[in-house]
Design a protein around this ligand. Structure first.
Ligand SMILES: *[C@@H]1O[C@H](CO)[C@@H](O)[C@H](O)[C@H]1NC(C)=O
Length: 250
């Protein structure tokens, strides 16, 4: 085992220990009233649940905007529109929009491969560039990436490459914020197992995994993610059992 592997393993063990301690001694959740939360893909199953939870926590109102997250010009223009309309900066960014082609790699049409990468990976860059500079200036904010456990270990699906990218993107952003000492800008990487939204009907999950894990109930997934977000937890795998394949990989 080299030093990187050892560090990764220690990281994972640390998260598990901390997670276990937190089951018993729940840390105080942060209040988010007064935050301006932006959720991409809030028309989808998970996005809608996140929106309902966050509006409830923030005791606020929701303003819908329609934008193609893969079109960076549209993202930047809409970001300006949001700031002008609401007269405020976004302080919590939930990158939730995602797509899956539902095809085996070799059967997947080229356009769908591109679409998966653009929505699940490239859009993270555009959203971050549109909203994170103001968070840094105020040293206040929270960036949440809804990735997937399939961004930590693979199965046969076009989705995995894009989610590995999302994890890589999120981790480098977190490192950048850390090295630049923006300790007020928090990050949470949410890695749920396949959520039961019908989106993954045609993805073939590895047998040894499918045996132990049923697709996640969307409400359970959002509830667990919210618990982690509200205590500024850097990483959450849902359900907890999915930390195991992550460790075995490390
Ligand atoms: C948004 O953030 C920028 C950069 O810190 C700041 O100059 C501006 O005043 C903020 N806008 C509002 C409405 O708070």
């Amino acid at each position: 085992m080299n030093i990187t592997h050892t560090m990764m393993l220690l990281d994972v063990i640390y998260f598990i220990l901390r997670g276990s301690v937190r089951i018993v001694f729940r840390p105080r959740t942060k209040p988010i009233d007064g935050e301006l939360v932006l959720i991409t893909g809030s028309g989808g199953v998970l996005g809608r649940l996140f929106a309902l939870e966050l509006v409830r926590e923030a005791g606020g109102k929701a303003h819908p905007y329609r934008v193609d997250v893969t079109n960076r010009v549209e993202v930047y223009c809409t970001a300006d529109e949001v700031r002008t309309d609401l007269g405020r900066n976004v302080t919590m960014l939930v990158n939730n929009a995602r797509v899956v082609a539902r095809e085996r790699l070799m059967d997947c049409p080229d356009e769908l491969v591109e679409r998966t990468m653009k929505v699940n990976c490239h859009a993270l860059f555009w959203m971050t560039k549109a909203f994170v500079p103001q968070m840094k200036e105020q040293n206040h904010g929270h960036i949440i990436t809804i990735a997937s456990v399939l961004g930590l270990f693979s199965t046969a699906c076009d989705y995995c490459a894009s989610k590995f990218s999302a994890v890589g993107f999120h981790e480098s952003l977190a490192h950048e914020l850390l090295t630049e000492e923006f300790d007020g800008v928090k990050t949470t990487l949410v890695c749920p197992y396949i959520v039961d939204t019908g989106m993954f009907d045609r993805c073939k999950i590895r047998d040894e995994v499918a045996l132990f894990l049923a697709p996640l109930d969307p409400e359970y997934c959002v509830e667990q993610a919210m618990n982690a977000i509200l205590i500024d937890q850097p990483l959450v795998c849902i359900p907890r059992l999915t930390y195991l394949p992550v460790i075995s990989r490390a």
